[in-house]
Design a protein around this ligand. Structure first.
Ligand code: NAD
Length: 517
């Protein structure tokens, strides 16, 4: 079943972006409205994490290919930035329609290259689609301000695009995060160069084809592949005005520190360690289902995955049931019916995750459910790690690091104060949740816990795109967060005009030199 579904992957939409050479086909770049074969000498394999089969290869795009992508984006910007907002809106409407129509094509590509389950991959596309949907309200959301500030004098502001922008995206949400930028950068009149994760480029390539079909002129949306070299070129190119980055701490800090001194606007979503607090009065089923789902869903490879569950007081009695919930989850290939967790992205990721699990007993903690060595029939080579529960303290390496796998750490605390203290002492600030039936407790948590996205009886409190992504502390670098109102702020600059149109006979003949008020 797996191989037949995988081979049917995205047939209707994927042919244009695949070259004819090498194992699964070389992925082309998309430059100036053309899918172009790269002449790179360095290529990176894209592996199916369930089987280790090479399904694709991406080039380390050459400097001249990269420069031609930026040149195409700069050329397209001249006309695109002057294109009427109604036309840009119409193209985004069309893109929205096409993404809905091809959701399962994109999702299949994600399952094949990234490993998550098909249902989860569809969610990945849907969460990106929601940003495209809000982007199509641009004719309302981009309205400016106007005020008659004095007699015959008006001040009004408008929001203008920046120019060529770039997006550098991670492997774990290959559709959603590309769509955050694809929709907002272009609808506001910018052009965009995307550098998708080298591990799962397929979703971005299908999106490129859909952008073309939606009517985006050549050069408005471009894709270049590669890794650190291509990223450094993005940081250094003088024509790129803004960079949206989502990924790990090392790459994010590097990009922020390299690009901002060169005058670029950068928004960077980084790593996370999301905690939840379980109070003794919490609804048992709601809590346990949500905690297991958020800890182990997508094999823990979500930046809003739950990494730490703090049981307060008598709530610790729920731990045995959480163990049962974890053991009941099915680990298998993402295309298989009934799969709860697919593989993690690479053998290296698996080894790293298993290293953290092994460190727990060595450092004095306890493994409650051990996902190492999980056997998955039919997938002997997959990078599988089963749901893992470990009991830790905050000084252990499994607590201190972002594991990015299906490992949920359990901590027992005596009071809510103690739980909040643990959360606030953590360097990250992406999300935190509380499970309780007491409104006053929930309200206190919401006010006192520092992370930027708070869930109350909600384990993965990712804001819908009418709000904005609001991770903070070590989970974000920059000043203007992703999507929502701030997403429009990121992709626009304001121009404010003050005009005076007095009646001609009211104008005197003496100059005024004092500061106008
Ligand atoms: P990653 O940092 O390895 O890769 C992200 C992007 O940066 C990729 O396009 C990659 O090619 C590039 N890159 C990687 N290393 C680089 C380097 N040394 N120099 C220049 N560029 C480099 O991240 P990943 O493994 O793809 O994604 C997982 C990470 O992303 C996790 O840490 C996760 O928490 C984070 N993430 C955060 C959010 C959020 O919104 N906060 C969302 C999704 C993922």
């Amino acid at each position: 079943r797996y191989s037949s579904l995988a081979s049917k992957m995205a047939d209707e939409v994927s042919s244009k972006w695949k070259g004819t050479t090498a194992n699964g086909g070389n992925t082309k770049n998309y430059i100036g409205g053309e899918f172009r074969e790269s002449s790179a000498t360095k290529w990176l394999d894209v592996l199916d994490p369930s089987t280790q089969t090479v399904v694709n290869r991406v080039p380390e795009t050459t400097e001249s290919e990269f420069n031609s992508a930026v040149a195409a984006a700069a050329e397209a910007y001249k006309e695109w930035s002057q294109t009427s907002i109604i036309r840009r809106q119409r193209i985004i409407f069309e893109l929205q329609h096409l993404i809905r129509q091809h959701t399962s094509d994109i999702a299949k590509s994600i399952v094949l290259e990234q490993g998550k389950t098909f249902a989860d991959a569809q969610g990945d596309v849907q969460r990106g689609l929601q940003v495209v949907e809000t982007a199509s309200a641009i004719t309302s959301t981009l309205l400016g301000d106007k005020l008659e500030v004095a007699k015959d004098m008006d001040t009004y502001s408008r929001r203008l695009p920046l120019g060529v922008t770039a997006a550098i995206t991670p492997f774990n949400f290959p559709a959603m995060i590309v769509l955050w930028s694809a929709a907002l950068a272009t609808v506001t009149g910018n052009t965009l160069v995307v550098k998708p994760s080298e591990r799962d480029p397929g979703a971005t390539m299908i999106i490129a084809e859909l952008c073309e079909r939606a009517g985006m002129p050549p050069g408005v949306f471009n894709v270049v592949h590669g890794s650190a070299d291509t990223v450094n070129r993005i940081c250094d190119h003088k024509d790129i005005k803004a960079i949206s980055f989502v990924g790990g701490d090392n790459a994010g800090k590097h990009i922020y520190n390299r690009a901002t001194p060169q005058g670029k606007r950068v928004q960077a979503n980084l790593g996370a360690k999301n905690h939840c607090v379980i109070m003794p009065d919490a609804n048992r089923n709601l809590t346990l289902n949500a905690v297991a789902g958020a800890g182990f869903g997508a094999a823990g490879q979500r930046c809003m995955a739950l990494s730490v569950a703090i049981f307060v007081g008598a709530a610790r009695e729920m731990i045995p049931e959480l163990i049962e919930r974890a053991r009941a989850l099915k680990v298998s290939g993402g295309f298989e019916d009934g799969t709860d967790l697919g593989p993690v992205i690479s053998p290296q990721a698996k080894e790293r995750i298993e290293g953290f699990i092994a460190s727990v007993p060595k450092e004095g903690g306890k493994i409650l459910v051990d996902g190492r060595g999980v056997e998955v029939p039919g997938y002997p080579k997959g990078n599988f790690v089963g749901p893992t529960l470990v009991e830790v303290t905050t000084d252990m390496s499994a607590y201190k690091n972002e594991i990015f796998g299906p490992v949920l750490s359990v901590i027992c605390a005596e009071t809510l104060d103690e739980a909040i203290e643990i959360i606030n002492a953590n360097k990250y600030g992406n999300g935190a949740a509380i499970f309780t039936n007491n409104g006053a407790t929930a309200r206190r948590f919401e006010v006192e816990a520092q992370p930027g996205q708070i869930g109350i009886n909600v384990a993965v409190p990712v804001p819908l795109p009418m709000f904005n992504w609001s991770g903070n502390k070590g989970s974000f670098m920059g000043d203007i967060p992703f999507y929502g109102k701030t997403g429009l702020d990121f992709y626009t600059q304001r121009k404010t005009t003050t005009s005076l149109w007095p009646a001609q006979d009211a104008i005197g003949n003496k100059a005024t030199v004092a500061m106008p008020q």
